[in-house]
Write a new protein. Structure first.
Length: 283
C-alpha cells in the first residue's frame, strides 16, 4: 500500500486549469493506470462555489464530471450544486479536477473532498484509517500544503523531522510525485520523483533536483529521480552517465588540450613562413 501525493493542475486565473493543466490531469490518469494501484482512493481539498453554500449534501465525496475540462463546474451559477458536496474551503476546484483526471475514469469515480487546505493533520489521520483495508491512496493538493502533509505525517509517527517549504523558484513545477509507503510502523521513507510527461516546462523542472527535495529524499539524484513514459528518463540517465564517464576519463584533458593548441599554432607559423619565402622568391 502506498500514498501518492501530486500537485493540482497548472492553474489559470480563475478556479480551474489551463489547457495544459487539463492535459496533465488526464496524463496522471494514464500514469497511475500503468502502476496497477490496488482499489485506489482519491482525495482532493474541498472547495466552495458561490450560490451553492446552502445546497451541499451530507456525503464526504464528490462525483467526478464526465469531462473534467467542462466549464459546468467552474461557473458560479449554482445549477450543479446537487451533484457536488461543496465545502466551505477555498473556491479553487483545481485539485478536484486533477484528481478526477488521475482516476482515469471521470464520471465513474468519486473523490473525497472532506478536508480543506490547512487540515492536513485530519487528512493524514483519515488516510491511515481507510488504508487499513489495503487501499492505495492518491492525494491531489496545493503545493505548500503538500509539505504540511509531510509534516503531519512526521507528527503522526512522533518524528522530530520538519521539511523545508516548497521553494518559490520551483513554484511553477506541477509534475512532482511524492510516494509514501503506508504499511510501516515508524516514520516512512518518502520518495520524490519528477514525472516528465512531455508537456511544456517538464524538461526544465526535471533537469535538476532541488535542494529542498533532496532533504526529503536523498535518493533523488539526477539519474534516478525522473519517471517518464516517454523515454526521457532513460535519455537523461544516459546523458548523466556519459558526463560522469568523460570526467573520470579526462583527468589529463587539460595538458592534452594544451599540446593540441601548441601544434596548431606551430603549423600556422610554418605555413606563414612558407608563404613569405615563396613571395620573396617571386620578387
Amino acid at each position: 500500500m502506498s500514498l501518492y501525493i501530486i500537485r493540482h493542475c497548472d492553474k489559470d486565473t480563475a478556479n480551474g486549469c489551463t489547457d495544459q493543466g487539463y492535459a496533465r490531469a488526464k496524463l496522471w490518469g494514464q500514469f497511475f493506470a500503468k502502476r496497477n494501484l490496488h482499489s485506489p482512493l482519491y482525495y482532493a481539498f474541498g472547495f466552495k462555489i458561490k450560490n451553492c453554500e446552502n445546497k451541499k449534501n451530507s456525503t464526504r465525496q464528490n462525483t467526478c464530471p464526465q469531462h473534467i475540462d467542462s466549464t459546468a463546474i467552474i461557473d458560479s451559477s449554482g445549477t450543479n450544486c446537487t451533484n457536488f458536496n461543496y465545502k466551505g474551503c477555498s473556491s479553487s476546484q483545481r485539485a478536484f479536477l486533477t484528481a478526477c483526471g488521475a482516476t482515469g475514469a471521470p464520471g465513474k469515480t468519486d473523490v473525497i473532498t472532506e478536508f480543506c487546505v490547512g487540515e492536513e493533520d485530519k487528512l493524514i489521520k483519515d488516510i491511515y484509517s481507510v488504508s487499513k483495508s489495503g487501499n492505495d491512496v492518491v492525494v491531489c493538493w496545493e503545493h505548500e500544503g503538500i509539505i504540511d502533509i509531510l509534516n503531519a505525517l512526521a507528527k503522526k509517527f512522533g518524528s522530530s523531522v520538519t521539511f523545508d517549504p516548497w521553494a518559490k523558484k520551483e513554484s511553477n513545477d506541477y509534475n512532482l510525485l511524492f510516494i509514501v509507503p503506508l504499511n510501516t510502523t515508524a516514520m516512512p521513507a518518502i520518495t520524490v520523483r519528477c514525472v516528465a510527461m512531455g508537456l511544456e516546462g517538464d524538461k526544465e523542472s526535471c533537469d535538476e533536483t532541488p535542494d529542498w527535495v533532496k532533504k526529503i529524499d536523498s535518493t533523488a539524484t539526477p539519474s534516478t529521480w525522473i519517471i517518464s513514459d516517454y523515454g526521457y528518463s532513460s535519455v537523461r540517465a544516459m546523458q548523466h552517465e556519459q558526463q560522469q564517464n568523460k570526467k573520470e576519463q579526462c583527468s589529463s584533458c587539460g595538458s592534452t588540450s594544451f599540446w593540441k593548441t601548441f601544434v596548431k599554432i606551430y603549423m600556422i607559423l610554418i605555413i606563414i613562413i612558407i608563404v613569405v619565402l615563396v613571395f620573396t622568391v617571386l620578387q
